[in-house]
Ligand binder design. Structure first.
Ligand SMILES: Nc1ncnc2c1ncn2[C@@H]1O[C@H](COP(=O)(O)OP(=O)(O)OP(=O)(O)O)[C@@H](O)[C@H]1O
Ligand SMILES: [Mg+2]
Length: 231
């Protein structure tokens, strides 16, 4: 099977005066096309650090990273930006929508950055918004939406460029329980439609909705059977 992500012995540390703080201590992880993986770990375990590396937003001291068939180690900033735009759809805890823009304008952003003509970008974006039940809200601004609607807008934006990977960091963290469940249901459907999803969370209940769970503890990855993970 085709890997989407392949991490080999990734290490990351920060220098704190005399001391070196090792945050990722040799992470190896493979995620194949069509998988739905949750990376579960407590606060400070290195989740966001790992997400930033997977998302090509941060560097690392050693190890190898392939995103699809791109060897990330070798890419310069312009190449990383392009790779990020084309291959990853990001979903964040706090949605990270642009407040002056409408739902539609937010959704179109990744396509406009790619140089797709406005009319075509609008068309594709409206399709995604319709799929997510957001068509009626297309011309509203984020502050006129509920949290769940804002997150669905962010999901439309993540999907619009047909990325190889959906990368979500605590996507239900700012939502009430019921709305969070709806977002997780949506993730399940998106995965059934063939999308590869990596979701980062500290919440076991959230992680359980994924098909595969790995734990990150103190900068190390552990994978076991579901029963072991759920202990
Ligand atoms: N820029 C930085 N400089 C120094 N130390 C850092 C930096 N960024 C993160 N760290 C440290 O790295 C460790 C892992 O941080 P990280 O943000 O990845 O944790 P996390 O699992 O995302 O936690 P949370 O669930 O609270 O978001 C922490 O000990 C943190 O203090
Ligand atoms: Mg974090």
């Amino acid at each position: 099977m085709e890997h989407v992500i392949k991490l080999n012995d990734i290490r990351k540390s920060y220098n704190e005066g005399e001391n070196k703080l090792e945050v990722l201590k040799g992470i190896s992880l493979e995620v194949n096309e069509g998988e739905y993986l949750a990376i579960l770990g407590p606060s400070g375990s290195g989740k966001s650090t790992l997400m930033n590396i997977i998302g090509c937003m941060d560097n690392f001291q050693s190890g190898d990273y392939w995103l699809t068939d791109n060897y990330v180690n070798k890419l310069n900033d312009a190449q990383l930006t392009r790779l990020r735009n084309r291959q990853i759809g990001f979903i964040f805890q706090k949605y990270q929508l642009i407040h002056q823009y409408t739902v539609l304008q937010n959704t179109m952003m990744p396509l406009l950055i790619r140089g797709i003509p406005r009319k075509k970008a609008e068309e594709i974006s409206m399709e995604k918004l319709e799929m997510l039940g957001m068509k009626e809200r297309a011309h509203h601004k984020p502050n006129e939406l509920s949290g769940g609607q804002q997150q669905r807008t962010a999901i439309a934006r993540a999907l619009v460029g047909s990325p190889k990977l959906l990368l979500a960091d605590e996507p239900t963290g700012a939502l009430d329980r019921g709305t969070g469940q709806e977002v997780l249901k949506l993730f399940k459907q998106l995965n059934e439609m063939g999308n590869t999803i990596v979701m980062i969370t500290h919440d076991l209940h959230v992680a359980k909705s994924a098909k595969r769970i790995v734990k990150i503890i103190d900068g190390e990855i552990f994978e076991g059977s579901r029963d072991e993970i759920e202990e």
